[in-house]
Design a protein around this ligand. Structure first.
Ligand code: ZN
Ligand code: ZN
Length: 242
């Protein structure tokens, strides 16, 4: 090999070997990928999808004892999530959801595959309609999907009930990101509009979202649906931040 060729080939080989060893590492814990790995995350990281504590409240999904009022406002009869947002080390929900929203399509497919197989709460089976907390139209358009809608469609298929986007977010609305907790709670009620052609009178509606943190957005949506005449609201999310 002549000297100039060696200069080109050796760094290239080194780079390829480096890439190969990186490809064998888990993107969550940086450990080696095992036989249960999927979408670049090892089986141990995927086991971070842990259910919520058994003694949680059936409305707010937090553990606070049956003699105490729900610490966060709820406007529904049943509320639950498939997994704890901070379950696992590193916290898997907190790794997956922002990653998926930034374009990790492999993570999205793997997570939704697990949602298809997860145990659903019994209260999801006898609802009339399934809907979602709506995403901002621009954000949904730029991402090409909406995780809450993905989840709602999976639940609708599993319980054999119709999915309908009942609420809309106006094109121009105040972004919640970066706002303080107290400001989020004081957001004007007019953050959503109801799709006028949908009849919700007296219906039991399952409201679906991706992550349930303070529940402020869920609360607004539930209030809108109730105002529109819905009979009962229930809530299900992929993750609950405890
Ligand atoms: Zn891992
Ligand atoms: Zn509660």
């Amino acid at each position: 090999m002549s000297p100039p060729e060696r200069l080109i080939k050796l760094p290239l080989l080194g780079a390829l070997l480096h890439l190969r060893s990186e490809a064998l590492r888990c993107r969550g814990c940086l450990g080696l990928l095992d036989e249960n790995a999927e979408a670049g995350l090892c089986g141990r990281c995927w086991s971070g999808l842990v259910p919520l504590p058994l003694d949680r409240c059936e409305r707010c999904a937090l553990v606070h004892g049956s003699d105490r009022e729900c610490p966060e406002p709820v406007a529904w009869t049943h509320g639950d999530a498939l997994w704890d947002y901070h379950g696992g080390r590193p916290a898997l929900g907190a790794l997956l959801v922002p990653g998926i929203k930034a374009g990790e399509w492999g993570w999205r497919a793997a997570l939704l595959g697990r949602a298809e197989a997860a145990r659903l709460p019994a209260f999801t089976s006898d609802v009339d309609l399934i809907t979602t907390v709506p995403a901002h139209p621009w954000r949904r358009w730029s991402r090409g999907f909406d995780l809450a809608e993905d989840m709602a469609r999976i639940v609708a298929k599993r319980v054999r009930k119709p999915y309908a986007p009942l609420l809309r977010k106006p094109m121009i609305s105040q972004r919640q990101t970066g706002l303080s907790e107290s400001k989020r709670r004081r957001l004007p009620q007019k953050a959503f509009t109801l799709n006028a052609d949908r009849k919700v009178d007296g219906k039991t509606i399952l409201l679906v979202d991706d992550v349930w943190t303070t529940g402020t957005t869920l609360l607004r949506c539930a209030q809108w649906l109730t105002k529109a005449g819905a009979g009962e609201i229930r809530v299900l999310t992929l993750f609950r931040a405890l």
